[in-house]
Design a protein around this ligand. Structure first.
Ligand code: ASP
Length: 441
């Protein structure tokens, strides 16, 4: 995905400008539209001009951006999951390596999400928004927050299970019940992997087409993000004042800290214990891929470097590196899974939505699958995050808040994602002979 506009200014700079301009104008409008005495907690009647701007200008712009993100969720998640599972599960090619990779992806992504959730529960970056405010914010988002599942009262474990297995996959997609769609896609992928007829092969080619088209569309949507961020920030600050920004710093720090723990505690442990390699040597060799990931914010764009590092610098067998890194660029995203968990829980705190333990466990599962279903492009996880928010009745406008700091955190999580692919390669490669011929992947 290209990161520069036609004018040459990088997209993330444009997003930052959008964030600052929208926030500054919004704070000014809040002051003018509510009177100087107003603050976030006591904001009363809004003057007619501000109401007009919010309702007919910035509101619709932000709403359309969010709708565009939602629009892409089902085709993207379905195609990414089916293709991912088929690649893992193809018995003809890499059965043993595939199984070990699958176990690695699920277990290490779960650890990542749990670190993220633990950090948010511990530091509560989103707590402390005034109750009156939270109610007002919830009303703001109520128009869209679909009444799907996981509502305020804790769902029983059995209900949660029923929600995962859809009666009708199309109804689940229509309702935005992402977990059920993911389950369906997984089943579809497994069946496609074990039953390779001509028809299945052409279906998979079509699915690859759907995936490629979805990526192109995400590219286009993300290009409009600077304007959407400005509009969404304006709406947020004009209705709530500067107080709305306070928790953001805490969020960024918690997300960054949790990713650092995963990167510098979990990865070294895995490399040492299961990969039999010195963590220091690992990081030294992995550096080119880590830096490329950090600067491009795209696991897919980093793939050539990742492959080269796996084979030439880490010395892992070619077939393992090719398989784990190629699959990992879209399916093994520890940083993304962690970030999705942190964001969802942070915004739940921010908007005062209580989540039971069962619901938090559900979030872990959603984020692990979300890490597989997100695209390896800048902002690839945003559609997935938006959908998870809606599933748990958390206003999706919250995305506006995190978009302001998303670019930097995207660089960090992509770096974690790619490093995770290399850790996976080292772990899976242990015991595989380096001299085996490489498999065509
Ligand atoms: N930018 C990430 C990647 O390519 C995906 C995301 O979390 O948005 O790995």
């Amino acid at each position: 995905m290209s990161q520069s506009s036609s004018k040459g200014m990088p997209l993330h700079t444009q997003m930052l400008i959008g964030f600052v301009v929208g926030a500054a104008l919004g704070a000014m409008a809040f002051w003018l539209g509510h009177g100087p005495a107003a603050d976030g907690a006591t904001a009363g009647a809004v003057s007619p001009w501000l109401h007009g701007v919010l309702t007919y200008v910035t509101g619709p712009i932000g709403e359309i951006f969010l709708r565009l993100l939602f629009m892409l969720v089902i085709p993207l998640v379905f195609s990414a999951l089916v293709l991912g599972v088929v690649e893992i599960g193809d018995p003809a090619s890499l059965g043993r390596i595939g199984l070990r990779t699958l176990i690695y992806i699920f277990s290490v992504s779960s650890i990542a999400v749990m670190i993220g959730l633990l950090a948010v529960n511990l530091f509560q970056p989103g707590a402390g928004v005034a109750a009156a405010d939270a109610t007002a914010l919830l009303q703001d988002g109520a128009t869209r927050t679909a009444d799907i599942m996981a509502k305020g009262e804790a769902a029983s474990a059995l209900q949660v299970l029923f929600n995962i297995v859809p009666k009708n996959p199309f109804a689940a997609a229509v309702d935005g019940n992402l977990i059920a769609v993911m389950f369906f896609a997984l089943m579809f992928g497994i069946a496609a992997a074990v039953h390779r007829t001509d028809g299945v092969t052409s279906f998979l080619a079509t699915t690859q087409g759907v995936y490629d088209i979805s990526l192109k569309l995400i590219d286009w949507v993300i290009r409009t993000a600077p304007y959407a961020v400005a509009a969404l920030m304006f709406s947020l600050l004009a209705s709530r004042g500067l107080v709305a920004l306070k928790p953001l710093l805490g969020f960024a720090l918690v997300a960054f800290g949790a990713m650092a723990v995963h990167m510098f505690v979990v990865f070294p442990l895995l490399v040492r214990t299961f990969g039999g390699m010195s963590p220091l040597a690992f990081f030294r060799h992995a550096e080119p891929a880590m830096l490329t990931a950090f600067s491009t914010s795209s696991s897919s764009a980093t793939l050539p470097t990742t492959l080269q590092v796996a084979e030439e610098r880490l010395g892992t067998p070619r077939k393992v590196g090719r398989f784990v890194c190629t699959l990992g660029a879209t399916a093994n995203m520890n940083g993304t899974a962690l970030y999705e968990g942190v964001t969802v829980l942070f915004l739940a705190q921010y908007y005062g939505v209580d989540l039971s333990i069962v619901q938090q466990l559900m979030i872990v599962l959603m984020c692990v699958l979300g890490g597989i279903g997100a695209a390896g492009v800048p902002g690839g996880s945003l559609p997935v995050i938006a959908s998870i928010l809606v599933m748990f009745n958390i206003p999706a406008q919250g995305i506006a808040l995190i978009l302001g700091v998303d670019r930097f955190l995207d660089m960090c999580r992509t770096c974690v994602n790619v490093t995770g692919d290399l850790v996976g390669t080292v772990v899976v490669a242990r015991g595989e002979s380096a001299t085996e011929p490489s498999a065509p992947v």
